[in-house]
Ligand binder design. Structure first.
Ligand SMILES: Cc1cc2nc3c(=O)[nH]c(=O)nc-3n(C[C@H](O)[C@H](O)[C@H](O)COP(=O)(O)OP(=O)(O)OC[C@H]3O[C@@H](n4cnc5c(N)ncnc54)[C@H](O)[C@@H]3O)c2cc1C
Length: 409
């Protein structure tokens, strides 16, 4: 194939949740964008990955494509109960009358990422946004005037701005010479999706088990989502994750933690050591390429900041690009892109720190943390706050990143 394609002023690499959000957010601002996606159309994205969608993410999606946020709310579920057990004994149990709060958009919803992505794809279709499937970005060449992209099929594409939303192994990030910095969790985690049963389903509770006797003393998290459950088992450092995530072992885990009726319902299982890394820059030297989502940062899922912060990156990248495209001076355009980078780099640092606190708490075997947990478990019968602390700590702090400006204030 020959000739250079110029379909839209903005190209987006990747049709994951972040790339799709960026396209919708640009469209809402009156800017045309085209997505280049490496995978074929109709690909299998098995594994639910993100299930916990924050209210702020739902509000962003509703703002950029009316109906998208509320559709996800209709598809998702809001579990009313938080419960925690310590070595098999319940230390916290709270049920909310109105767990989502009031209004159309609840505080959160629990919906598999495959479903979220399906709704996003429909939204792209409604908005008339093109996705080129099997168009893997291979090279990126940016200049002060724009960006040239080459895809694996030999096609060349020109655009004014490129948003790299091509995930953790981002080619765009590598091509602009940006590196990841950070570290990796010491333990593996086994994560499985278990389909719901029709007869006698478990109550809709998010349950955390410290040192669960049912899992030979490992920590176990159980979270419901529409149509199933997320089971998350924290391995010991010397565990073999391959062996623990094998079919027979998973059946045993599921039977012991959830009950016999669930043991044949494991639909997906995987094991992870979570990276906690941030790109050393979210933009290229010419301020024409912006990184968003996992192309820019990877973090452990405790606190559910991965996709949620990627959606915020995408919205802010779209906002910066929309202004930069109309800017009358090159300096103003650069400023907008730099402001995006400053804000989102700061946010990513904050989010990685928050997920890191949760990881540290879960994996940490320092005597002070261990003693604090033990004392809190002993006191939980007498002081609800002690049980609530045990219930809360595995998810890290609740805070949100600071909004910063590139100026001094
Ligand atoms: C077990 C688990 C649980 C999680 N739970 C949560 C949660 O509850 N809440 C939450 O917010 N987050 C959660 N996350 C994180 C969330 O899944 C990710 O943050 C999210 O998928 C990142 O989206 P993305 O669009 O940046 O990247 P991806 O989803 O990886 O999408 C990248 C896209 O780019 C495409 N691509 C790759 N290379 C190229 C290329 N060269 N050219 C073109 N296209 C390319 C890929 O095919 C893919 O479609 C979880 C993750 C895991 C693993």
């Amino acid at each position: 194939m020959s000739g250079i394609t110029r379909e839209a002023p903005v190209l987006i690499a990747g049709a994951g949740p972040v790339g799709m959000t960026a396209a919708l957010a640009l469209n809402a601002r009156g800017v045309d964008a085209t997505i280049l996606e490496a995978d074929p159309e109709g690909r299998d994205r098995s594994g639910s990955r993100a299930i916990y969608v924050h209210g702020s993410t739902l509000r962003t999606l509703e703002r950029i494509h009316p109906g998208l946020g509320t559709d996800l709310v209709d598809e998702g579920l809001v579990w009313p109960t938080r419960r925690t057990l310590y070595r098999g004994t319940e230390v916290f149990n709270r049920t909310y009358d109105s767990p989502g709060g009031s209004g159309d958009i609840p505080h959160f919803t629990s919906v598999p990422q495959v479903v979220t992505e399906r709704y996003m794809l429909d939204a792209l279709d409604e908005a008339g946004i093109d996705v080129h499937w099997e168009a893997e970005v291979e090279t990126v060449d940016s200049s002060p005037d724009g960006v040239r992209v080459e895809t694996a099929d030999g096609r060349e594409w020109d655009c004014e701005y490129l948003i790299g939303a091509d995930g953790g192994g981002s080619t765009v990030r590598n091509e602009i010479g940006v590196n990841f910095e950070g570290d990796q969790s010491a333990n593996h985690f086994i994560i499985a999706d278990v389909d719901e049963v029709e007869d006698d389903p478990l109550p809709l509770e998010r349950v955390f088990h410290y040192d669960a006797p049912e899992a030979d003393g490992r920590n176990v998290l159980l979270v419901p989502f529409t149509g199933g459950w997320r089971l998350d088992i924290q391995c010991y450092e010397d565990d073999d994750p391959e062996e623990l995530s094998g079919d027979e072992r998973m059946r045993t885990f599921v039977r012991d933690v959830m009950g016999e009726r669930y043991e044949d319902n494991v639909s997906w299982v995987s094991s992870y050591r979570f990276l906690q890394v941030n790109a050393d820059s979210f933009v290229d030297d010419h301020r024409r390429v912006l990184l968003a989502g996992e192309a820019a940062h990877l973090l452990a899922p405790f606190g559910a900041r991965g996709m949620n912060s990627g959606v915020a990156d995408a919205d802010e990248a779209a906002s910066a690009v929309a202004v930069a495209i109309d800017a009358r001076t090159e300096a103003v355009a650069r400023d907008e892109v730099e402001l995006f980078a400053a804000r989102r780099e700061k946010a990513a640092e904050y989010n990685i720190g928050a997920a890191g606190q949760a990881l540290e708490y879960l994996q940490g075997d320092d005597p002070v943390t261990v003693l604090r947990k033990e004392i809190a478990a002993e006191m939980a019968d007498y002081f609800e706050a002690a049980g609530e602390w045990l219930d809360d700590a595995p998810y890290g702090p609740h805070g949100t990143p600071p909004i910063v400006s590139t100026g001094s204030y």
